[in-house]
Write a protein that binds this ligand. Structure first.
Ligand SMILES: Cc1cc2nc3c(=O)[nH]c(=O)nc-3n(C[C@H](O)[C@H](O)[C@H](O)COP(=O)(O)OP(=O)(O)OC[C@H]3O[C@@H](n4cnc5c(N)ncnc54)[C@H](O)[C@@H]3O)c2cc1C
Length: 397
């Protein structure tokens, strides 16, 4: 039976995170070091120093890497509180793609690789990138279209290809590169991002602007990676992508939930105070119902995330659960924020509240970590497979 009981430390961490975000992080939202490609490195380090001092850096990682070793359910509570400001997850070192990379390195990397790459990442000293998606008709919704190749040359692997939409690549200290090795098989490789053979072609202009380094197009040309930097086993890259994917897409649900709740708070406050046609906006059914719908959607998104996180905590891969949660959170939370823009009227379009900014940032969540349509399509395929299995099974008795 699903158990959502909360531990003492979960409640304590939630409260401390809430206070930290409101008192320390939110004042930085008007900092001049915020750029079109995320907060500048100096600002990231300043925020992290504050989170470190508050004992809130990377709470999701194991204690041996400086975290609190939270389970997925506890992580959900804390990351929701962190997401109340777009800068919260940056400060607390639990943002994408680093959070997903930390999870993968804890699960799959060798002790030597962990010391070299995971230790400074978890300590918030460096950033990382995950290089999977490709332009030119390569990997996207369908990872099987991976075109980047890695071939063995002596003791090294030599990687060639192009990647795009690579979050945080500029300024990252290292990356995890997915490349085709044998036939249908792919392998993950660790590489310093300043290695010869890696070129940043350009940083894309995007709707979202919150992640340090933005999203880049990367050329890999004769990139040499020693065999010691293969992440896990050769040819197991797609399997490890799944290890990374389920928790990583859930942490997006958690952080974006916090951002949507912030918008909802702003909209409720406005609707209770602003008057039109002789009464507060919230008393007009058209507005009150939008806010009531928000309340229900936020609760549903929270419950779905907690359910998928709890399923992961039971040792399941939670592939279906995390897929359902990701898809529904992306759609529901975007709907919540869209309604908040509407409730705020002209103010919702301006930068005078955080709502317009969060609206722009949240849009991409319906596309990355699997577009909504791909999740629905894959759930439908599962239904079909189950149906076929049931039909083929011998009749009872
Ligand atoms: C902000 C952002 C950050 C990202 N960061 C990274 C990163 O750090 N590293 C990385 O490797 N990648 C990253 N990506 C890339 C992301 O993973 C891809 O955008 C995603 O996998 C979709 O691939 P695509 O863009 O090629 O869309 P396509 O594969 O071209 O699909 C386009 C659309 O077709 C539809 N579609 C596709 N397949 C189906 C189907 N089976 N059924 C129904 N409809 C379908 C969907 O509506 C989909 O949105 C990022 C993307 C964004 C937007």
């Amino acid at each position: 039976m699903t158990d959502f009981s909360r531990s003492e430390r979960e409640i304590d961490l939630e409260e401390r995170t809430r206070r930290f975000v409101r008192e320390v992080v939110i004042p930085y939202e008007s900092d001049r070091r915020l750029t079109a490609h995320g907060p500048a490195p100096g600002l990231v380090q300043e925020l992290r120093a504050a989170a470190r001092a508050a004992g809130l850096l990377a709470p999701q990682v194991a204690p041996q890497w400086g975290g609190q070793g939270l389970d997925h359910r506890e992580t959900a509570t804390v990351l929701r509180a962190a997401g109340y400001s777009l800068l919260g997850p940056v400060a607390m070192n639990c943002m994408a793609p680093d959070e997903g990379n930390m999870h993968l390195l804890q699960k799959v990397a060798t002790p030597e690789q962990q010391q070299r790459f995971l230790a400074p990442l978890a300590a918030g000293q460096v950033r990382s990138a995950f290089l999977m998606s490709e332009p030119d008709g390569g990997a996207g919704s369908d990872p099987g279209m991976l075109a980047t190749t890695a071939r063995r040359v002596g003791g090294d692997w030599v990687i060639d290809g192009r990647k795009w939409l690579i979050t945080g690549a500029v300024g990252a200290s290292f990356g995890i590169v997915m490349a085709r090795t044998h036939g249908e098989k792919a392998t993950m490789f660790l590489t310093p991002m300043d290695a010869p053979g890696i070129t940043v072609e350009r940083v894309l202009e995007t709707l979202d602007e919150a992640i340090p380094g933005g999203h880049a197009v990367i050329r890999l040309e004769g990139l040499r990676v020693p065999a010691s930097l293969v992440l896990g086993e050769v040819d197991e890259g797609f399997r490890y992508a799944q290890v990374r994917l389920a928790p990583a897409r859930l942490t997006h649900c958690m952080r974006w939930w916090g951002a949507a709740q912030r918008c909802h708070d702003v909209a409720v406050d406005y609707a209770c105070r602003r008057r039109a046609f002789g009464k507060p906006l919230i008393e007009h059914e058209g507005v009150g119902f939008m806010l009531a719908r928000n309340e229900v959607d936020l609760r549903q998104a929270q419950l779905l995330t907690d359910w998928a996180a709890w399923t992961l905590d039971q040792g399941s891969r939670a592939t279906t659960e995390s897929s359902m949660a990701k898809m529904e959170c992306a759609e529901k939370l975007f709907g919540v924020v869209d309604r908040c823009v509407q409730v705020l009227g002209g103010l919702g379009i301006t930068g005078d509240t955080p709502v317009a900014r969060i609206y722009r940032e949240l849009r991409a969540f319906r596309i990355y970590d699997g577009p909504t349509e791909v999740h629905l399509w894959s759930l439908a395929r599962r239904l079909q497979r189950n149906h076929a299995r049931a039909q083929a099974a011998p009749a009872p008795g």
